[in-house]
Ligand binder design. Structure first.
Ligand SMILES: Nc1nc2c(ncn2[C@@H]2O[C@H](COP(=O)(O)OP(=O)(O)OP(=O)(O)O)[C@@H](O)[C@H]2O)c(=O)[nH]1
Ligand SMILES: [Mg+2]
Length: 555
């Protein structure tokens, strides 16, 4: 008997057997329906299984560790650039505000150095007028004039300025020898020009304050300013903070107030861009000034070695319609405070659908206790040690050498019981900076005594560092584990290391360079397939031929 519902249901009407169905036709129909049901169930089972496999196998957790400024967040940005390019491209415009702040920070560094130099020289001149004071150390300084009688210091080699300005007194001696007497006319004129430039750059101070106020919501418990306090400058210009930080994600998406923070920040960024555009010629003049360059050299201030340096790109980044490029986003400096988990799914390639959980942490000493809860349930750790920092100190503790801090941190990670079974991958990062430093004649052995008289070149240095970190890992790990150490420059989009791990239960793909493009390339080298229990980890290292380097990082 048919129900009313059957009569009303269009689907039931269509599927209903014909009223005049023969017994053979009925058997055939029932067999077809059973077959369709079987296929449908098989499809359902496959989907269920796929979902389970997806859940079980395709979530990869990676923890990025390392000291502050080691390149953790930059590494994360590289992953995003490669694997979620659409989202990465959409976010590029938000980085404009960070780059604006980076530019202002560099200007701040320069004006601070100039102001300090002035204070020093004026004190010395005053002393000179009240009676010359000569120190034998000044006689060994290698100082030559520029041939025009201006009496400026030109430093011949690193050794010539190694001891300069370690303390005020040492600098005084040099200034004493250079500026015994009145300031040369030309220098006085250039100083007056610098004063005028600094004065015209004053609006940047307001811009910096405005951007920071917009980026860090008023409820934020951390101060927006880190680093140096106000300094006495020729003008009051740019006496603000050294570095900006925000909690991950907030500055791009969160809501501070009625409108999304991103909209408010965008308005502020437009205003900042207008001011930067108006100041662009003064900014260029400041950075191009020979007088400024000489003062920076004398005070051993190298803004170009600071993170987030954009003064060589002023023409572009102060443009009215400036939109950051991929490289700009990788170069920008934004300090991470707190811990945050970034989740993304591959948009393309074989690993499409793999769920990534990459945990990025703040690396400063104050932040490190917050790492521990993330040691649980992690598949791999990428530890970044910026080996170029051998001649630098920690911002948070200027008594501590940055390389030494990295080594101690690495030791702590290797011997941590919670991480005993976690795959460790070491990126000896900032190799591009290390190369530049060594090429410029800075001697590694001066800072790393055990380096002895080994050749001061990249090849030897990278082998040396890998050997050291490897030995620590061997000595302090609770059980033997494979060690992967690579020299990387994670800001570079053409040359960097990546990891590809695959196995029965897991498939990772962490390559920075799209693999397919690279496998046939002559620059591609070094593939290993060691076994880690169930999972195999395969590491690829790609060295771009355009950089004219030989691959050196075979595991
Ligand atoms: N030249 C060069 N710069 C790099 C490299 N890696 C990172 N940087 C730059 O160094 C700065 C610091 O990098 P971040 O990724 O912010 O460092 P971090 O480890 O996340 O630092 P915290 O958030 O303070 O813990 C950024 O301006 C990067 O562009 C590199 O290999 N070479
Ligand atoms: Mg960071």
């Amino acid at each position: 008997m048919r129900s009313h519902a059957d009569d009303d249901d269009p689907l039931a009407v269509v599927l209903r057997p014909p009223p005049d169905e023969s017994p053979e036709a009925r058997v055939l129909r029932i067999s077809r329906e059973e077959e369709a049901l079987r296929v449908s169930q098989a499809i359902d089972d496959a989907i269920r299984l796929e979902r389970q496999t997806h859940k079980k196998n395709k979530i990869v957790r990676v923890l990025l560790l390392g000291q502050s400024e080691s390149g953790k967040s930059t590494t994360l940005r590289q992953f995003q650039r490669i694997y979620t390019p659409t989202a990465f491209r959409e976010e590029r415009i938000h980085w404009r505000v960070i780059i604006q702040l980076n530019v202002i920070r560099s200007v701040h560094t320069i004006l601070t150095a100039v102001a300090a130099y002035r204070r020093q020289t004026s004190r010395t001149r005053a002393r000179t007028l009240s009676g010359p004071r000569w120190d034998s150390r000044s006689q060994v300084q290698s100082v030559r004039t520029d041939g025009k009688g201006k009496g400026r210091a030109r430093v011949d080699a690193e050794s010539d300025y190694d001891d300069l300005d370690e303390e005020e007194g040492a600098g005084d001696v040099v200034m004493h020898s250079l500026y015994a007497g009145a300031l040369p006319d030309e220098d006085a004129q250039e100083d007056a020009e610098l004063d005028a430039i600094a004065q015209r750059l004053e609006p940047l101070q307001r811009v910096e304050a405005m951007l920071k106020a917009r980026l860090v919501p008023p409820s934020e418990d951390e101060p927006a300013d880190l680093g140096t306090g106000p300094v006495s400058l020729p003008t009051s210009a740019l006496g603000l903070a050294k570095e900006v930080f925000v909690r991950p994600g907030k500055w791009r998406s969160g809501g501070a107030g009625a409108r999304p923070a991103s909209a408010i920040a965008a308005e502020a960024a437009d205003e900042a861009q207008r001011v930067l555009f108006e100041c662009r010629f003064d900014l260029m003049r400041l950075w191009a000034s020979m007088r400024v360059r000489e003062i920076l050299a004398l005070r051993r201030v190298r803004p170009e070695e600071e993170s987030g340096f954009f003064l060589n790109d002023l023409d572009r980044v102060t443009g009215y319609n400036y939109v950051p490029t991929d490289d700009d986003v990788l170069k920008a400096r934004l300090k991470t405070i707190g811990v945050s988990e970034y989740k993304f799914e591959m948009e393309a390639g074989d690993q499409r659908g793999t769920q990534w959980r990459i945990v990025d942490v703040g690396g400063s000493r104050f932040q490190r206790p917050t790492w521990v809860p993330f040691f649980d349930n992690v598949d791999a750790i990428i530890f970044l040690a910026p080996i170029s920092a051998f001649d630098q100190v920690l911002t948070e503790d200027p008594k501590v050498n940055r390389l030494e801090d990295s080594v101690l941190l690495w030791k702590g990670i290797c011997q941590n019981k919670l991480l005993a079974k976690v795959d460790l991958v070491l990126f000896l990062n900032k190799c591009d900076i290390l190369q530049r430093k060594l090429d410029s004649g800075i001697r590694l052995s001066r800072y790393v005594k055990s380096y002895d008289d080994r050749p001061n070149d990249m090849e030897t240095a990278s082998k040396y560092f890998r050997g050291k970190f490897s030995a620590i890992q061997r000595t302090y790990s609770h059980a033997p584990r494979k060690f992967y150490g690579y020299c990387t420059s994670v800001t570079e989009t053409t040359t960097t290391a990546g990891i590809l791990a695959s196995g029965e239960s897991k498939t990772f793909d962490l390559l920075f360079c799209p693999l397919a493009d690279r496998l046939s390339s002559p620059g591609y080298r070094a593939t290993t397939k060691p076994t880690f229990g169930k999972a195999r980890l395969t590491v690829f290292v790609f060295w771009s031929h355009s950089l004219n380097r030989e691959p050196r990082d075979r595991p």
